[in-house]
Design a protein around this ligand. Sequence first.
Ligand SMILES: C[S@@+](CC[C@H](N)C(=O)[O-])C[C@H]1O[C@@H](n2cnc3c(N)ncnc32)[C@H](O)[C@@H]1O
Length: 586
Amino acid sequence: MPLGERSGDKSESRYCGVETDFNDDMPHVLHFNLYTGSFDFVVAPLMDPSYRPSLLQKDGLGSGVLPFAGSDLVLSPSQWSSHVVGKISSWIDLDSEDETLRIDSETTLKQEIAWASHLSLQACLLPAPKGTSCANYARCVNQILQGANNIQLWLRIPLVKPDVDSMDAKSVTLDDSWESWNSFRLLCEHHGQLSVALDILSTLPSTNSLGRWFGEPVRAAILNTDCFLTNSHGCPCLSKRHQMLISGFFNHSIQIIISGNSVHPKASMDANNNSDKDSQRHPLRPYLDYVGYLYQRMDPLPEQERFELGYRDFLQSPLQPLMDNLEAQTYETFEKDAVKYIQYQRAVSKALLDRVPDEEASAKTIVLMVVGAGRGPLVRASLQAAEETGRRLKVYAVEKNPNAVVTLHALVKLEGWEDTVTIVSSDMRHWNAPEKADILVSELLGSFGDNELSPECLDGAQRFLQEDGISIPSSYTSFLQPVTASKLYNDVKAHKDLVHFETAYVVKLHNVARLAPSQPVFTFTHPKRSEHESNQRFKKLNFVIPSETGSAMVHGFAGYFDATLYKDVHLGIEPSTATPNMFSWY
Ligand SMILES: C[S@@+](CC[C@H](N)C(=O)[O-])C[C@H]1O[C@@H](n2cnc3c(N)ncnc32)[C@H](O)[C@@H]1O
C-alpha cells in the first residue's frame, strides 16, 4: 500500500519495500510482507544462499538443470515484476584472491541475473563491492549490461564518508564509498541501467557529502532498523538529520527499503495487540508506519512545481526567437508569468519618474519603444506604468514575427490604444525609426542571459535610442556552477556524438548536486558606451568544492542569468537571488 497520496506527485518514492531472507516459499514471502506487512515490494534472494556452482560440479551435478531456484510458476508474471526485486547472493566476491570463490561468484551472478530477467523483474540488488578493488566485478556487470533486457541493476553502496579533518593519519585509508561507486560506474561506462541503492547507517556523513548523491542515479535507500531511535512511546523514530535525508529521498523519487530485525519489540507487540486484521502483525510494520508518517508530513507540491514535473531533468533545445518565429502557445506560456511583467512595470515606472519631473508630467511625452514586442504584454506593462505614474507616453511596438504582429493589431484595436501605440512590423536591426526613443524596452533574454542574441539585436536598435536614453534591461550577467547530473549526462551521451556535448540545453534541473556556489561569467550593458565594443567574451573560472564534500563527478555546468532592468529592479534565476514565483526561464 503506497505511503500516502501527495497531490500531483506520482513518483516511485510512494512505494516502500522490505528486505527479506531467503525463503523458497515465495508466495508466503509475498503474502506476509505485502498483505500482513503492507509493504509494496520485497527485496528477496532468488537463490538458496548455500548454492555454490563448484560444489555441484564436485557432486557430479555440473550439467543439466541446476536446482538453484524455485519455479517461475509460483507467482504470476505481474507479481514477479511489480512486487519482487531480486537480491543477488551477498556472498559473491568477483575480486577475491580465492580462484574457486571468484569463479563461483561470476557464474552465480550471471545465473541469478539471467533468472531475474526470465522472471521479468524490474530490478536486482547487487551486493556492495568487497574491499577496494572492484575491477572484475564491474567488468562482469558491464558485460551483463551489454546484453541485458530492461532490467535495472542497483549496486548496494554503504553511505559512509570518513570526516578527513577528524581522522588521524592511520585511518585516512578508510574509504569514501562514493569513490567505490565512481570506480564501478566508470568501468561500466556510465551505463543507464546501473544505479545505486544506498545503505543508510546510524551515523551520517556531512550535509555537503550527502548532497553529492542527489546528482547520482540513486534508486533506493535501504534503511536498517539500527538507524532508528526510540520515542517516548517506545516507538521507532529517526534523528532530525535522518528525517531530512529521507525527505530529500522522497523529493528525488528514491524508494525506501526497510531492512534488518525489529529492535523495538514493544512497538511491535503493541501493534499486535491492537491488530484485528491478522493474528500476527509484521514485526517491521512500526518502521513502515513511521516512514509513511514522514511521507505524509511533507508539504504538497506547489502548483507551479506540479505543472513542471514533466520537464524535470529533461533536455530542451533553447528557443531561437531571432531565427525562428515563435508559436502562439509559446507566447501564451510567456504571458502567464505575471511576476515577469510586474518587474518590467516597476522598472518602467521608475524610469519614467526619473525622466520626467512632476512639474513636466502633463507637458512632456516620453517616446518608449518595445523592441521584440511579441503579442504585446510589455506594451501593456509600459502603458500601465505610465498610468500609475501619471506620465504621458508614445509607444512604438517593433516586432519581426509577422504572426505576432497580427495579434498586436487586434490588441491595439481591442484596447483602443490607436492614438498611443504604433505597430512596426520589422526587424529592429533594420528599422528606420522616425524619431529617437527615450526608453527602449526589450525582453530577448535566454536562460543564460545573452544566448538568444539579445546583445546583437540591441546593438542594432541602439541607433534610435537618445544619447541619454534608457535601456530596460540595462544589463544582464550569466552565471555558471559545476554540477553532478548523471541523468542529463547519460541523455546527452545517448546521442553518441560530440555536438550534443558541446550544446547548451534548457533544463528544469532537479536530480542534480550543485557542487560549488555559482560565479558570474559574462555581462552585457545597454546602451553600449562604444559601438565598437565587441560581444565576444572569454572567462576562466576557478571553483572550490568544499573539502567536506569529498570527491565528486562534474558532469557539466548549470547556467543562470540575472538581469538588472532598471536601478534596483532585477529579475533572474541565479539560485541565491532568483526572482520568486517567476517561471519563464530555467
Ligand atoms: C522572448 S520574446 C518576448 C516577447 C514579448 N515581449 C513577451 O514578453 O511576451 C522575444 C520577441 O522578440 C522578437 N524578436 C527577436 N529578435 C527580434 C528582432 N531582431 N527584431 C524584432 N523582433 C525581434 C521575437 O519574435 C519575439 O516575439
